[in-house]
Design a protein around this ligand. Structure first.
Ligand code: GSH
Length: 250
């Protein structure tokens, strides 16, 4: 069986969620670098890529053996878990699964706003995100963090219960990126339950490999990194990822 292809860049939050699940499950894959927003041959807006995912977004996966392609990070996480029987992270019991699904739906327009309000304005200058949009995103993020703090993570160790699930991978790539050890864009002092969960998530296999790109870029709160620095961090993180895949048991 040829390994799954994951199209994306290591810096992309939803790409990291998929790469992390694959590393955690020790499933070999190849990441092919695709630039978000670019019309070039290796960009998400090129006809070749649009044929795989008409939305022109990363992550997108492709199974070379079957030709099956799929976009949308959360659909990919669920598909891979269903296909490979990873019921620990995506339980089959209907109510347990519903809690995971609830978070995966809540994520969009809530925690995902961390990237729109805080990270993209520094990293994707090309998007020219208006100040009002950034402010609105930060306010939505603030409310969403309070919901996680006072509800989801007040009730259980992980987001959807006592066990690690897809919800945690999906959430961490947004929230975790803001920590002082990475971009340093959010103060977590008012959120003790979230801090406890962030510490737990740092111990999940694959965390270091999948976040190598953020460790390399360092804090971006004072100064936005140059495009060259972002590009070189993505390329070096791809190397780190490939080394980890090469070390997987055959
Ligand atoms: N809803 C999609 C969103 C993915 C997304 O926003 N990806 C960004 C990169 S982080 C992208 O591909 N952007 C394409 C563009 O900027 O044109 C998912 O969850 O997979």
């Amino acid at each position: 069986m040829q390994p799954l292809i994951l199209y994306g860049v290591p810096f992309s939050q939803p790409v990291r969620a998929v790469a992390w699940l694959l590393l955690y499950k020790q499933m070999p894959f190849d990441m092919v670098l695709i630039s978000p927003g670019s019309k070039g041959e290796t960009g998400t807006r090129h006809p070749t890529f649009l044929a795989k995912n008409p939305a022109g977004t990363i992550p997108t996966i492709e199974e070379p053996d079957t030709g099956f392609t799929l976009g949308e990070a959360h659909a990919i996480l669920c598909y891979l878990s269903n296909r490979h029987g990873w019921h620990d992270v995506y339980p089959t019991e209907p109510r347990q699964r519903a809690r995971v699904d609830a978070y995966l739906h809540f994520h969009h327009r809530n925690l995902r706003e961390a990237s729109i309000g805080l990270v993209a304005p520094k990293i994707r200058k090309d998007l020219n995100i208006p100040e009002a949009t950034q402010l609105a995103a930060r306010s939505i993020l603030g409310r969403a963090l309070k919901v996680l703090e006072s509800s989801w993570l007040a009730q259980s160790r992980y987001l959807a219960g006592p066990q690690l699930t897809l919800a945690d991978f999906a959430a961490y790539v947004e929230i975790g990126q803001l920590q002082p050890c990475f971009t340093n864009l959010q103060d977590f002092e008012p959120f003790p339950n979230i801090r406890r969960w962030l510490d737990d998530m740092k111990r999940v296999d694959g965390h270091e490999t999948v976040h190598a790109v953020l460790a390399e870029l360092g804090a971006i709160d004072r100064e936005a990194p140059s495009m060259d620095k972002i590009r070189s961090a993505n390329i070096s993180a791809l190397g780190t990822l490939r080394e980890a895949i090469a070390r997987m048991d055959p």
